[in-house]
Design a binder for this molecule. Structure first.
Ligand SMILES: [Zn+2]
Length: 510
């Protein structure tokens, strides 16, 4: 009995010691970690949003955030602007769901760069304060939030019942080798691979092609069909970025070559060499040995480089099997990369001196008049005021004019739904409808006060006052924030959908 009691006592002491040591080490881990970003955990959409909000709170002078669009399952796509400069570059992460650690990389970058800026310290030799005073980095930490949440939280994370039904069909018939969702799922939640969706070489056939929504490789039924791609397209078209970078994790590689020639080729080779020196990653193709038949199609970097004529990189930060616990190793080459891009943007800036200005706002930079004109003709609709400016001199100008466009607008009031299409007008980015059709369709009376240039629409619940002089609109005495809210064109008076949205339920389909 004695011996047995001794053993029990020893066991108990050991047990207490073990628990105590575990407790202490838990405390040490917790106290070592003082940052806002915890990169050693999978970062869900909610955690990303929370982290971004905390970063902004901590560094209000340096960080601005914006919601630039929504995913298929209605999660926000968040843009974080870091820096104070007017030279812009763009970096994004988590185009591919299972490569979600790129979100951790970007959030950690934002925190590290902000800290270094405030304390005026360097990161791997880069003078962060000097760079971020001249350059602003536009980060999109999570392009594919629905896909990321699925890899972490499983099918329960899908909010829309319709999407969930469609999703179950995809999972029942996996198109590629199926392991766990965590390992396999690359696509958005509708089963479209967001990095095979882009309208450059989209129609070319590839060995990886798949003919239906899947965990990976399905390029969509048409290019730019997915809301995440449309959001990234808009961001890329209407901001004067000098360098684009998409962060992925499928190898330790730099995809850099996008058919550039002459000076453009030298420029991108030079930057790639520097990236390779910093990261030790392998350029694909090899820098000075580009195969004649090298092809790269339908990725974000392909489209941005070819359509917007700037260096655009796909960075692959890891081999397939890794977890968030390996973060430090994966982060090492990524740590200063954003700063390298910022410095390179300043280096190449001078060459991009043709400014494209839409409705008074600088939206793109090009090297030549021809590049600028090709962009305007392809991407800028006739309703916009456009200028090209070089050395403060206007070298091209086009006045925007209202035009009828083939968009469909649906308005619903009291369960009554009406569609408009032929009569829809576009002007300077606004979509407008003729007021007589809109208000009479919903039994609202119109009164024209011609001498005052005022129009009144009313029923027993709503009073809408429209001023033709300045285009202002008041709904129940409250001023609506809508530029070009009301517009007289030919014999009709038009009201913008931005204003209509304040009166009825209204949806525009482009
Ligand atoms: Zn990828």
């Amino acid at each position: 009995m004695m011996i047995r009691g001794e053993i029990m006592k020893k066991l108990l002491v050991t047990l207490i010691t073990v628990v105590f040591v575990m407790f202490i080490s838990e405390i040490t881990i917790a106290s070592n970690y003082k940052g806002i970003v915890d990169p050693y955990q999978p970062i869900t959409y909610d955690t990303m949003k929370e982290t971004v909000a905390r970063l902004k709170e901590q560094f209000p002078e340096l960080i601005e955030t914006e919601i630039i669009g929504q995913s298929a399952d209605e999660r926000d796509i968040v843009l974080v602007k870091l820096g104070k400069g007017d030279t812009l570059i763009h970096i994004n992460g988590s185009f591919h769901a299972r490569e979600r650690i790129t979100t951790n990389i970007i959030l950690k970058n934002i925190e590290d760069y902000s800290n270094a800026y405030e304390k005026n310290t360097k990161i791997q030799g880069y003078d962060v304060k000097n760079l971020l005073d001249q350059v602003t980095i536009y980060f999109v930490p999570m392009v594919n939030p629905d896909g990321v949440d699925y890899t972490i939280l499983g099918e329960e994370s899908i909010k829309s019942p319709i999407l969930r039904v469609a999703f179950e069909k995809i999972v029942e018939h996996p198109k590629s080798e199926w392991h766990t969702p965590d390992l396999r799922w690359k696509s958005n939640i509708r089963g479209v691979d967001l990095n095979r969706q882009w309208d450059f070489g989209w129609h070319e056939e590839s060995k990886l092609d798949i003919d239906a929504p899947a965990d990976a490789y399905f390029k969509g039924f048409k290019p730019h069909s997915e809301p995440e791609v449309l959001t990234m397209e808009k961001l890329s078209l209407y901001n004067p970025f000098l360098i684009y970078a998409a962060y992925h994790t499928q190898g330790l590689e730099i995809y850099w070559y996008k058919y550039q020639q002459g000076d453009d080729l030298e420029e991108v080779q030079d930057i790639t060499k520097k990236i390779s020196n910093l990261t030790f990653f392998r350029p694909v193709p090899a820098l000075n040995d580009i195969p004649q038949n090298f092809r790269s199609y339908s990725g974000y970097a392909d489209w941005t480089a070819v359509e917007l004529k700037k260096p655009s990189f796909t960075m692959e930060f890891a081999y397939r099997k890794y977890s968030e616990e390996d973060f430090d190793k994966i982060y090492e080459p990524a740590k200063a990369l954003g700063l390298l891009f910022a410095e390179e943007a300043l280096n190449i800036k001078e060459g991009y001196d043709v400014e494209v200005i839409i409705n008074g706002e600088l939206i793109q930079l090009f090297k030549t008049y021809d590049d600028g004109l090709a962009f305007i003709e392809k991407y800028i609709t006739d309703d916009m005021d456009v200028q090209m400016v070089k050395n403060q001199e206007i070298i091209y100008q086009r006045e925007g004019k209202p035009y009828h466009d083939n968009v469909e607008v649906t308005i619903i009031k009291d369960n009554e739904s009406i569609k408009y299409s032929e009569e829809v007008l576009r002007y300077k980015g606004a979509v407008l409808l003729p007021i007589d059709k809109v208000f009479s369709n919903f039994d609202m009376k119109l009164h024209h006060y011609n001498q005052l240039n005022l129009i009144l629409a009313e029923d027993n619940k709503t009073l809408v006052l429209m001023g033709l002089n300045d285009g202002s609109i008041y709904v129940n005495h409250e001023k609506i924030d809508a530029t070009k809210g009301v517009l007289k064109y030919q014999d009709n008076i038009y009201i913008s959908t931005t204003a209509i949205e304040k009166i009825f339920w209204c949806k525009t389909n482009n």
